[in-house]
Design a protein around this ligand. Structure first.
Ligand code: HEM
Length: 239
């Protein structure tokens, strides 16, 4: 049974996951002249924030809260969590290629800004988390013992939570940087669009962290899956 807390948390999450996407697409259309993947077209840049926000806020965000919110068995949630994170990796790669192409085609230098450095760390964590999760929890490489899984689990959770805050810092510095390049009139609609996008991203981070800390898993105790851990007496699944 879903508690009121689960339903309200899910509703709040969906609001703060969808708003930044609407705002950034609106910004790209209204102030960035839309989208184009043509060579040397400056509008290629606009795919960067859109794909990154979809990757981290929407897709990775759903992956992060899936264990808390979904009323499914641990095993099924594990596959949903992994699939969503892999989709996030694909979206993030497209977002990265968009900005790298844009920089190279326009003759701009690469990786000079704080934003780009934070972005590289965030992307590295996303890729390493996916790799670690697939090899250790999803049995891509056979034979990860219960000890290895148990030892890796707190690192996976800590790195995942750190990624939420780091991705937030990256997106906010990216917005601030773009604001600086665009230099819109102060208190203009364009300036407010940046600010509101940043605020909704902050609210997303708060909501995800709240759910991770304060909302209990929806899987009932008797649905927890221990059958692959017959000798384990642990109450906490390490898969
Ligand atoms: C977590 C999400 C994001 C990641 C991982 C990320 C990552 C990166 C990386 C690695 C670069 C460097 C590309 C190069 O040097 O060739 C870059 C550039 C850039 N990004 Fe992002 N980004 C993210 C979100 C955003 C958002 C939301 C915006 C808002 C408009 C943005 C704006 C920019 C701008 C203006 C540049 C070019 C200037 C620079 O290199 O700093 N980014 N991003």
């Amino acid at each position: 049974m879903a508690s009121i807390k689960h339903l309200v948390s899910l509703f709040a999450f969906e609001v703060v996951a969808i708003l930044p996407i609407i705002l950034i697409v609106y910004w790209a259309q209204k102030y960035g002249n839309g989208f184009s993947w043509e060579v040397k077209d400056k509008r290629k840049f606009n795919y960067h924030p859109v794909f990154m926000i979809i990757a981290f806020i929407f897709v990775m965000g759903h992956a992060a809260i899936s264990f808390r919110i979904l009323p499914l068995s641990h095993r099924v949630k594990k596959y949903i969590h992994a699939t969503l994170n892999l989709v996030a990796v694909i979206f993030a790669i497209v977002g990265l290629v968009a900005v790298l192409d844009f920089h190279n085609e326009q003759g701009f230098p690469n990786f000079y800004s704080l934003h780009s450095w934070l972005g590289l760390v965030t992307l590295s964590i996303l890729f390493l988390q996916a790799l670690g999760g697939l090899t250790i929890f999803q049995d891509l490489v056979r034979g990860a013992s219960d000890e290895v899984r148990g030892a890796y689990k707190p690192w996976h959770i800590a790195a995942g939570t750190a990624m939420v805050t780091l991705a937030t810092a990256t997106m906010l510095t990216g917005l601030q940087e773009k604001y600086g390049f665009a230099n819109p009139e102060k208190f203009s609609a364009q300036a407010y669009t940046y600010n509101f996008t940043a605020l909704t991203i902050f609210m997303w981070a708060f909501t995800v962290i709240y759910i991770l800390i304060a909302v209990e898993k929806r899987t009932p105790e008797n649905q927890r899956e221990y059958e692959t851990l017959p000798e384990s007496t642990s109450q906490e699944s390490v898969h």
